[in-house]
Design a protein around this ligand. Structure first.
Ligand code: SF4
Length: 258
């Protein structure tokens, strides 16, 4: 469907989306399949939209949906230097499986340099600062290259994600910063549908999922989860922390959040 949001201005350029347009698109996307939402993003942003993934269930589905639709979005992942070997191995397997290069975004400081600058095992003392250094700042830098960030977030992953929109608008560098569109095409997907899709399409997955890890981050901050726990309950053991900050550091520019 041709909408206002895909019609170029007289000079051939698309005007930035307003919060009102984002709200209208969000209502529209509630009735559309994820591949239709991805097709809209490709038409609107082409390679200024990128998929960010940590290779967990819905991120894998997102890559496959884009690949099957012939939408060659750039793909990136955050490599903190503290990932499980299984995750690093999966990165290579996925590049082979999809035939796409997956860019590793790394922090300025190695783990050793961070220990020298901020003390050893920062994750055990101040995980917010550690996540800011190793995830949020590198992501912020990557997002400055983009107009649209596509994620695999789902509402049922955790209470902290229950109200995400299918499309959202954020100010990248604080209130006055440039806008970035965040797209969550799988927001409505339940966990079972995600894993059914992965198995049906024989997409490689992280073997740690089979060993009881529902959500997989850094080795230092991830444990197995028990039946009935939130998917993200195994992250940052001993801290009241459920998000690393990459999905919460930007200011929303919409007041329609559902
Ligand atoms: S998940 Fe843990 S180790 Fe990884 S960046 Fe955050 S605090 Fe640091």
């Amino acid at each position: 469907m041709e909408t206002l949001q895909t019609i170029p201005a007289a000079n051939g350029e698309l005007k930035p989306l307003t919060a009102r347009e984002i709200a209208a698109l969000n209502a529209q996307f509630e009735h559309q399949a994820p591949e239709e939402i991805l097709a809209w993003a490709w038409k609107r942003f082409e390679k200024k939209a990128a998929i960010g993934t940590s290779f967990q269930g819905s991120g894998l589905v997102m890559l496959h949906l884009a690949k099957m639709a012939g939408l060659s979005f750039p793909v990136f992942t955050l490599d903190t230097g503290l990932l499980f070997p299984e995750t690093l191995e999966l990165h290579k397997r996925l590049e082979d499986f999809f035939g796409w290069k997956i860019e590793s975004i790394r922090p300025d400081l190695t783990v050793e340099q961070q220990a020298e600058a901020l003390g050893p095992e920062l994750w055990a003392r101040d995980p917010d600062l550690c996540c800011t250094t190793r995830k949020v700042l590198p992501l912020q830098s990557k997002l400055r290259e983009l107009d649209c960030w596509i994620t695999g977030l789902r509402r049922r992953q955790a209470r902290s994600r229950a109200a995400i929109g299918l499309i959202e608008l954020y100010a990248l560098n604080g209130k006055g910063g440039p806008d970035i569109v965040k797209l969550n095409p799988l927001a409505n997907w339940p966990t079972e549908a995600t894993w059914r899709y992965i198995r049906e399409h024989k997409i490689p997955w992280n073997p740690l999922h089979d060993r009881g890890y529902a959500s997989i981050g850094c080795m230092t901050c991830t444990r197995k989860t028990a039946r009935g726990e939130d998917e993200r309950a195994g992250r940052w053991i001993g801290f009241k922390k459920v998000e690393c900050g990459i999905h919460t550091f930007m200011s929303p520019k919409n007041d329609f959040q559902i």
